[in-house]
Design a protein around this ligand. Sequence first.
Ligand SMILES: Nc1nc(=O)c2c([nH]1)NC[C@@H]1CN(c3ccc(C(=O)N[C@@H](CCC(=O)O)C(=O)O)cc3)C=[N+]21
Length: 283
Amino acid sequence: MTTILDGKKTADALMADLKTQVDALAGQGVVPGLAVVLVGDDPASAIYVRNKEKRAQSLGINSVIYHLPFSTSEQELLDQVNALNLDPSIDGILVQLPLPDQINAQAVIQAIDPDKDVDGFHPMNMGRLWTNLPGIVASTPYGIMQLLAAYGIDVAGKSVVIVGRSNIVGRPLAGLMLNANATVTIAHSQTQDLFALTKTADILVVAIGQAEFIPAAAVKPGAVVIDVGMDRNAENKLVGDVDFANVEPIASAITPVPGGVGPMTIASLMIQTVNLAKKRLNG
Ligand SMILES: Nc1nc(=O)c2c([nH]1)NC[C@@H]1CN(c3ccc(C(=O)N[C@@H](CCC(=O)O)C(=O)O)cc3)C=[N+]21
């Protein structure tokens, strides 16, 4: 029997616990503040923003959305970020990616106060992760680690293959996996004989954004499969990067899309926002 790694259920359980923490903070006069800056109308960002809003509201987190037009200049965005850096009611700042071409995303990420960088994308937080120091960790990788932990899947000593080397998922996940004592390989578009490599993985993570790219022949029987993709197939249905129907029967455990990694990403963002608010209170 294959275990379906239910991110929705796991996220709901984590949020029930987090709600008591938010209530306790409120009793001490602190409401966690999350600022989300969205430039333009990227569809994946729109789903993310909508679901974040729902979660934040039900928890009692003060989530403020700054929806700027697609034509926003880099300087205008930097000014917005600076204002949020200085706003004491804001604990976490998240600038939705991708950004329009006229804006240098790295310049914006580096303008965020590293201690408010709730996405963990600032080089300071990436450096902390890769030196195994405490810091803020990107929400999607953090959510994946929590989902594995919730199902008692230990990564220590396992062979983990991550397909995708983005700063949002692949790289930070590799750091977390290494810190948890996994043996990590990062594969990407130039990897030779990719499916032979993925077939060696005890834990296979795919984050490339190509609908149903990974076939059953690329997966070791009994592997744990984590699908980070959020793609549209030919019928415009939301699917992942893994051919779920054919891979599910041979995997020992697998995440669905939707209902897998996505809800865990949002839960992780909420957890880290609350942790930053606790820091505001306790220093
Ligand atoms: N700075 C930044 N940080 C991000 O983490 C970031 C980003 N920009 N830009 C966009 C992508 C996309 N992303 C999603 C996270 C969760 C769901 C999600 O909740 N998915 C649910 C719901 C799907 C649905 O409602 O259809 C699911 O998979 O079950 C979606 C998309 C975060 N991203």
